[in-house]
Design a protein around this ligand. Structure first.
Ligand code: CLF
Ligand code: SF4
Length: 430
């Protein structure tokens, strides 16, 4: 890669805009979504809500919420593997006090960790005492850390006031359908107010509560992201409709993620052979929705105990036995210094981008896909042989647009890495 293209990619990593082609829902033109300054400020250090922030800031999850109140056909929380990265997977559960200790330890060791999320391994709102107690302890002891919550939405209407009170400013709801007949193929049962509802009866309750939850978040001015799992043959053609509905209800961001499905995970879909989408199928659905609202493409479908930048997982450095032995090194002043340094660097990248745009106008519209390796920091700065994933950008003469990431097995052997890239390459194109 030339120095210029490398620079352009680095600067694209700093982009605050989402430019994407769209042909969905009656919108057939390219759309650029710009945010107002207040929202930019609210998401500036959130690695999931801001694509640009994910190069600089980290998140962590604490696994305090074991129970769930619904069953999704793609979930089996019994499965555990330290190397497996997907929602619902967790190595050990924590009590709220242990979780707060872990947050203080990690906040000292990884000062760029700015967000604490509770995302399972079950549903945080099916475990409200543990979830809210954890948030309370962290708000008291580490006030600069943003609080984030991810839920299936069933109990959201009941708890929006409490969530607002605790200053949780980011809530994710997983919404895979807005049509209960499609939902019937995804959710076999729903447990609501001490009663189990099977089939469409349960799915209707879930749908109703998800919609009420969206409305309540909008009214409470809490930023809402919607995650949707793309399940080929079930909701692939339906997700543009989900996108339309959530946009109308004021969701801020839509994250369309591929189904992860393998027989060894022991999920219903894994055992019945339901496949996940190809990268091309995923990109098509994402592109179909991208013109209508801001779309997240940098999700890593992380574990419920993930720690670190989105592309890395340092959870094994902070296991329960280790953190109980480690001192809490949370130091607000030191953290603020680190954040100020990151912001200064981001400003430098931004002005480099502006200079480049001023000097480097071309008229080419031929698009190619480019994969880069990065350790974070908004730079192309990692040796191919060490990369565990590649970030993929669509590049033409004028613009560099983030498309997604592809995981690869890590290896130090250059030649093997090269072969892996060659293997990966067709998957970028198909
Ligand atoms: Fe965690 Fe989710 Fe908050 Fe992020 S994750 S609760 S919004 S802090 Fe992020 Fe992980 Fe994707 Fe979730 S990469 S699975 S979108
Ligand atoms: Fe699993 Fe989450 Fe679905 Fe519950 S809501 S079954 S924890 S994926």
């Amino acid at each position: 890669m030339s120095a210029t293209s490398s620079k352009t990619l680095n600067n694209s990593i700093e982009s605050d805009k989402v430019k994407a082609s769209s042909n969905c829902g009656g919108c057939s033109s390219d759309a650029t979504v710009e945010m107002d300054d207040k929202i930019k400020e609210r998401i500036a250090q959130h690695p999931c809500y801001s694509e640009e922030a994910h190069h600089h800031y980290a998140r962590m999850h604490v696994a305090v919420a074991p129970a769930c109140n619904i069953q999704c056909n793609y979930c089996n929380r019994k499965y555990d593997c330290a190397n497996e990265s997907r929602p619902g997977v967790v190595s050990e559960l924590l009590a709220p006090e242990e979780a707060a200790k872990k947050v203080l330890v990690v906040a000292g060791k990884i000062p760029q960790m700015t967000v604490l999320g509770i995302a399972g391994p079950g549903d945080p709102l099916a475990n409200p005492e543990k979830t809210f107690r954890t948030f309370e302890l962290i708000a008291e002891q580490a006030p600069d850390i943003k609080l984030c919550l991810s839920t299936n939405g069933l109990m959201l209407p009941e708890y929006v006031d409490r969530i607002k009170e605790l200053n949780v400013d980011h809530v994710t709801i997983t919404i895979n359908m807005v049509d209960p007949e499609i939902g019937e193929k995804i959710y076999p049962w729903v447990h609501y107010k001490r009663k189990r509802y099977r089939g469409i009866e349960g799915v209707k309750i879930l749908h109703e509560k998800q919609m009420e939850g969206l409305d309540a978040l909008r009214e409470a001015d809490i930023l809402c992201k919607v995650n949707s799992v793309l399940i080929p043959g079930i909701n692939d053609h339906h997700l543009p409709e989900v996108n339309r509905v959530i946009r109308e209800k004021g969701a801020f961001l839509h994250n369309i993620m591929p189904l992860i499905s393998a027989p060894e995970h022991g999920t219903h879909f894994g055992l019945t052979g339901q496949r996940g989408p190809t990268p091309k199928e995923l990109k098509e659905v994402q592109d179909n929705c991208a013109g209508n609202m801001k779309l997240m493409r940098h999700c890593r479908q992380c574990r419920a105990d993930a720690v670190g930048l989105l592309g890395e997982d340092r959870s094994q450095e902070f296991t329960k036995d280790k953190i109980l032995e480690m001192p809490s090194e949370y130091d607000l002043e030191k953290r603020q210094e680190v954040h100020a340094g990151i912001e200064k660097f981001r400003e430098e990248l931004k002005s480099a981008k502006e200079q480049l745009q001023a000097n480097d106008i071309t008229v080419s519209t031929h698009k190619i896909l480019v994969a880069v390796a990065t350790k974070g920091g908004g730079l192309v700065n990692q040796h191919f042989g060490h990369a565990k994933e590649f970030q993929v950008y669509e590049v033409d003469g004028n613009e560099v647009v983030f498309i997604g990431h592809r995981r690869v097995d890590s290896t130090n052997h250059y030649q093997v890495s090269y072969l892996k890239i060659r293997r990966m390459h067709p998957s970028l194109m198909k």
